[in-house]
Design a protein around this ligand. Structure first.
Ligand code: COI
Length: 364
């Protein structure tokens, strides 16, 4: 797909950029440009065309107040990162996996399919325009946020016939801020994240909106994230508000909840599974309940727990707070297996560890 370019005449100054890059945090600062592709359905609303692929200055989106996304939440998104290598080149990690997942989410939310190559090209063009924003620090990257929204002004409840795909970029350090250290997680007892047949495995804004009340509860209890359980399935562990969960057993097995349709098929999750298998670790994707977590920590059968996702990379979990009950240790150190897989993954992404699986794709 051909992109036209309208580069910003109002870029942030080198000083402003340097001050952001000195301490990027997560999600607070945005680069100078955005990638956009629009889609319009045919008269019957069934088929449509992507058109007007472009790079334009970053700025507010002008939208009709009746746009369906504002009323019915017809929206999906992705998250991936661009990594600076030592020679200055910029790479991304498994972009086709994100493109495929975007299309799966699109199918569930009645949004149009986007060609995988157009997806990758949108990242390439945006990162080329904003290359100076790709951080160089340890564990830092340019977070890329592709998303698709229903822009048609129409209040009847049906799939929109006008859609916009966009990508924005934001320099990112540690998702949880500051130095990497084990985080505390709050168990949501009142709210579930998803149900059978729902949108749990799609990456749509609604899933995250529904997690926020529980996330507020977590923060009130000094926790960084919320853990969702399936209350109709023995309190099976599902996922955190924005990341998947892994357990390392004392006999070096990796256990993670199976993909049942209610949890997100994380790209980091599947990469961790592959890296663990490469090291000869046994990996079990299965049901794991809150009781098993509690008993495993008490008996020592569960040696480490960690969260993973593009934003979180791999973050050790110290303690799980279930009301008054504490499972784990608030002052726990990061586990060895956790940190070693994290280092390997970051090394592949930064080009310092061999990319055995061909996961990297050069952007610039
Ligand atoms: C990601 O890890 O990329 C996510 O989308 C999680 C969160 C920031 C929403």
């Amino acid at each position: 797909m051909e992109f036209t370019e309208n580069l910003s005449e109002n870029r942030k100054s080198a000083e402003e950029r340097a001050s952001v890059l000195a301490n990027p945090g997560f999600g607070d600062f945005f680069t100078d440009h955005t990638a956009v592709i629009d889609w319009t359905a045919d008269a019957q609303g069934h088929n449509g065309q992507w058109h007007d692929a472009r790079i334009e200055p970053y700025g507010p989106i002008s939208m009709d107040p009746a746009a369906s996304v504002l009323h019915y939440g017809q929206e999906i998104f992705e998250g991936l990162k661009a990594y600076r290598h030592e020679d200055g080149s910029v790479w991304t990690f498994r972009p086709h996996a994100n493109a495929a997942r975007l299309n799966k989410s699109a199918a569930r939310l009645a949004l149009p399919q986007l060609d995988e190559e157009a997806f990758v090209e949108s990242l390439r063009k945006l990162v080329a325009a904003d290359i100076d924003w790709v951080p160089t620090g340890d564990g830092e990257a340019l977070y890329l946020r592709p998303f698709m929204i229903a822009t048609e002004a129409f209040l009847g409840v049906r799939a929109a016939r006008e859609v916009s795909y966009r990508v924005i970029a934001s320099p990112a350090g540690n998702y949880f801020g500051g130095e990497l250290k084990p985080v505390a997680i709050w168990v949501s007892q009142q709210y579930a994240r998803a149900g059978r047949g729902g949108t749990g495995s799609a990456k749509c804004g609604g899933n995250y909106a529904a997690s926020l009340v529980a996330q507020l509860e977590a923060e009130e209890h000094g926790c960084k994230q919320v853990l969702f359980l399936d209350p109709f399935n023995d309190n099976a562990v599902e996922e955190l508000g924005g990341m998947n969960v892994f357990f390392v057993t004392k006999d070096n097995k990796l256990v993670t909840p199976a993909l049942t349709g209610t949890i997100l098929e994380g790209v980091t999750r599947s990469s961790v599974i592959q890296l663990a298998k490469d090291r000869g670790l046994e990996v079990e994707e299965r049901k794991i309940t809150l009781d098993e977590w509690r008993d495993g920590v008490a008996s020592g059968d569960i040696a480490e727990v960690f969260a993973c996702g593009t934003a979180a990379v791999i973050t050790p979990i110290g303690v799980l707070k279930n009301g008054e009950e504490l499972i784990g240790d608030e002052n726990a150190k990061a586990g060895e297996v956790t940190m070693s897989i994290r280092e390997e993954l970051l090394g592949i992404q930064r080009g310092t560890v061999e990319d055995r699986h061909g996961w990297l794709e050069r952007l610039v």
